[in-house]
Design a protein around this ligand. Structure first.
Ligand SMILES: Nc1ncnc2c1ncn2[C@@H]1O[C@H](COP(=O)(O)OP(=O)(O)OP(=O)(O)O)[C@@H](O)[C@H]1O
Length: 363
């Protein structure tokens, strides 16, 4: 495991008691305001001294209260990207970036300047000062500065929260590239489901200082038990498909492990991994393959588990090939269809449910 975290801490009126492990990639800490996300990140960074805990990154222990180990922040080799960038206003972009590199340990200063500049697309900005940058550009520079300090782990506490939708959309592809091309684990705080669905490798859901759910993104997002903590309205699964063909009528065909799906045209080369998000409310369940229906996308599936809500709703997790889906239906339908684990069904996906802005890189 790349990241091992176990923490206990009390503030007046709040108790944090969490433990999770995560492999390489982006680990998203997700939860409502006040659930403890920043407290965890601050403890990992060394900005908070927890009462009890053990934190290891790629096997290196930075905190172990039982063993009396508590490295100070500057010896933990964590890159930290805040909501507001926090660049030095009197330095140019180049100088801000080089400042980050100054903290890299001797001999490890190879996190090459040019490669990072190219990765984040900030070459044309090098001689400007932060005052002449957009919010999205500032954040890209802040990320570059953090990477150039050659960290073991990148901590990002709501790095997009201060940006408008257009600037968020500008940065997300760079974050995907960081995840996919730079071998740098990232601990990422967010309460935006769209960001989580697009970026997360692992999701840790916090609720009132405890871990409500934790695991690979595809599993947590399709888990009926985790959906209430994630937000029922935004419940939806992610799955990875492969780009197949462009069709004559403007649709693109992508292949999932359970069969093909057709979506509004996606610009991607054949074979490219495409991360899809399918909202629970956009999945209907049929016990027989429907005919004479306008929905294009129908996948054979089996019921994995289901959870009857306290109100009229029910959440059903479906296994379609290797992939997991979640459907939000009524309890009445779940009963009428006699849904139970193992039952063979068909998942009917409304074509619009696979939205273009939800299409990102591979898991
Ligand atoms: N230094 C502190 N002293 C006392 N209480 C604190 C301190 N820091 C955080 N808390 C409390 O701990 C709880 C968790 O706070 P935390 O900032 O970790 O939540 P969060 O999930 O990051 O929230 P948000 O999404 O609003 O940033 C809150 O109730 C907060 O008031």
């Amino acid at each position: 495991m790349t990241l091992e975290v176990s923490l206990g801490h009390r503030f007046a009126g709040f108790t944090l008691d969490v433990a999770f492990q995560a492999p390489a990639g982006v680990t998203v800490l997700f939860g409502r305001s006040g659930s403890g996300k920043s407290t965890v990140v601050n403890a990992v960074a060394g900005l908070l001294r927890p009462e009890r805990g053990r934190i290891a990154v790629s096997g290196s222990v930075v905190l172990d209260t039982d063993a009396g180990v508590m490295l100070p922040p500057h010896r933990r080799r964590m890159g930290y990207v805040f909501q507001d960038g926090r660049l030095f206003p009197h330095l140019t972009v180049r100088q801000n970036l080089l400042y980050g590199r100054w903290f890299a340990p001797q001999g490890a200063r190879g996190a090459e300047f040019d490669r990072v500049v190219a990765l984040l697309g900030i070459g044309p900005l090098l001689d400007r000062r932060p005052g002449a940058l957009s919010g999205g550009e500032k954040q890209r520079v802040a990320i570059g500065r953090a990477i150039l300090s050659d960290p073991r782990l990148l901590l990002m506490d709501e790095p997009l929260a201060a940006l408008d939708e257009a600037r968020k959309a500008e940065i997300l592809p760079y974050l995907e590239r960081l995840r996919d091309e730079v071998n740098l684990p990232i601990l990422y705080v967010s309460h935006s489901m769209a960001e989580v669905a697009r970026l997360a490798t692992t999701i840790v859901v916090l609720e009132a200082g405890r871990v409500a759910a934790c695991g690979p993104a595809a599993e947590v997002l399709s888990d009926p038990g985790a959906a209430p903590a994630l937000g029922l309205r935004e419940a939806g699964a992610v799955l990875t498909a492969r780009m197949a063909t462009q069709e004559d009528d403007g649709l693109s065909r992508v292949d999932t492990s359970a069969g093909p799906l057709w979506l509004p045209r996606i610009e991607a080369p054949p074979g490219a991994p495409i991360r899809l998000r399918i909202m629970a409310q956009d999945v209907m369940i049929a016990t027989r393959r429907p005919e004479g229906i306008s929905a294009l996308n129908i996948l054979p599936a089996t019921v994995a588990d289901l959870r009857m809500g306290e109100g009229p709703g029910a959440l059903v997790r479906l296994r379609a090939g290797e992939d997991l889906l979640i459907a939000r239906i009524t309890r009445r339908s779940a009963t009428a269809l006699a849904l139970r684990p193992g039952a063979p069904v068909f998942a009917v996906l409304k074509a619009v449910s696979v939205a273009r802005e939800n299409v990102g890189g591979g898991l």
